[in-house]
Design a binder for this molecule. Structure first.
Ligand code: ATP
Length: 133
């Protein structure tokens, strides 16, 4: 069974490197399921969990935006931030979620503050989802 090389990289370094059967991501244009041999593409990502499948196992990685580059034998994700479940501080993510929710409640008139708070909320929710597994 062919596999695909996966690299998840942030400005701080490599978060994940390994061979997997399938990679699922949420691109801004929608869900992408990538199997070995996929046609090349580059796409901006939404803030969400990336799913890495090998056999019957699925691992989640929290990815805060960035880009995916697909080649037939390799997937590279370049993200502003990415965390494995074991690296996630759940208390910190809960505090960030609460802060973002409070800002959203106050930011009704201000579109810039609202967008920032929405993105912060998405990062926190993604981290909590990945930490739970
Ligand atoms: P916070 O408000 O808690 O800083 P944030 O969403 O603004 O959250 P980011 O700017 O996305 O944080 O990330 C900054 C750095 O902190 C990145 O290296 C990211 O991996 C790390 N990070 C953020 N939140 C967590 C968390 N809950 N657990 C572990 N690492 C985190």
């Amino acid at each position: 069974m062919p596999t695909i090389k996966v690299n998840i990289v942030t400005p701080d370094g490599t978060v994940f490197e390994g061979d997997r059967d399938m990679v699922s991501v949420r691109a801004q244009s929608g869900e992408l399921g990538i199997l070995p041999g996929h046609i090349p593409l580059v796409a901006p990502l939404s803030i969400d969990a990336v799913r890495l499948k090998k056999g019957t196992e699925t691992e989640l990685v929290a990815v805060s935006g960035g880009f995916i580059e697909v080649r037939p034998d390799k997937v590279t994700i370049l993200a502003e931030a990415a965390e494995l479940p074991s690296d996630i501080d759940v208390d910190r993510a809960n505090a960030a979620k609460k802060r973002a929710e409070e800002r959203l409640a106050r930011a009704k008139q201000d579109n810039i503050d609202k967008k920032r708070a929405e993105l912060a909320l998405q990062r926190a929710m993604t981290r909590l989802k990945v930490a739970k597994g």
